[in-house]
Write a protein that binds this ligand. Sequence first.
Ligand SMILES: *[C@@H]1O[C@H](CO)[C@@H](O)[C@H](O)[C@H]1NC(C)=O
Ligand SMILES: *[C@@H]1O[C@H](CO)[C@@H](O)[C@H](O)[C@H]1NC(C)=O
Length: 197
Amino acid sequence: MAISESFSPRKHFLAFLLVTIAAGCSSRTTHANPSIKASRDLLNFVCSRSSNPPLCLQVLSSDPRSRNATLKDLGFISLDAAESQAKTTQTLIGSLLQKATDPKLKAQLKSCQGFYNDSIKQLDQGRNALNAGNPRESGGYVSAANADADSCDEGFAGSSTPEPSELQDADQKFEVISGITLIVTAFLLLPPPPPSH
Ligand SMILES: *[C@@H]1O[C@H](CO)[C@@H](O)[C@H](O)[C@H]1NC(C)=O
Ligand SMILES: *[C@@H]1O[C@H](CO)[C@@H](O)[C@H](O)[C@H]1NC(C)=O
């Protein structure tokens, strides 16, 4: 609930981009060059912008592709991780729905199920956009996916039904992971650095 109040990327994506880009320009723009291979430094650099750096590092490092990844590759890697977390959350919602007897809880879970169904579609669109070389559009789709998870949380916050803690954890984990893609797409929008001499 705290997270949903402080972090609404759809609304704040532009502001977020500006802040991230300003931060990026004041350090070294070479980090943002999509052709530069990921090193521990690049992962640390991206994850230092995350709302949960340890989880960010854990998620990216656990994918063997990260070892030789470019910034753009990190976009795909984080998108895959976000989609996997969205599917885990969907499965969780399905099992909570089966156990639920309270009609109010059922209704909230059903609405979360709809949000997550949409979220997965948005992530697929985000992947297509990144494939097509359009990080801005990709960031827009991923923002929408992220906002879906936020809406699931908000639905509980605005009702008298408490959100099951496993769902709240899964929701927040999804927001952190999809947030990594937002960071990567923001850096991909930076102009390439001047040639070094
Ligand atoms: C990473 O790239 C280097 C050179 O481009 C290559 O030799 C190495 O096998 C790659 N490592 C992995 C894990 O793909
Ligand atoms: C979400 O998708 C699943 C699988 O396609 C479907 O069974 C379910 O009815 C959908 N739920 C909502 C609320 O759209």
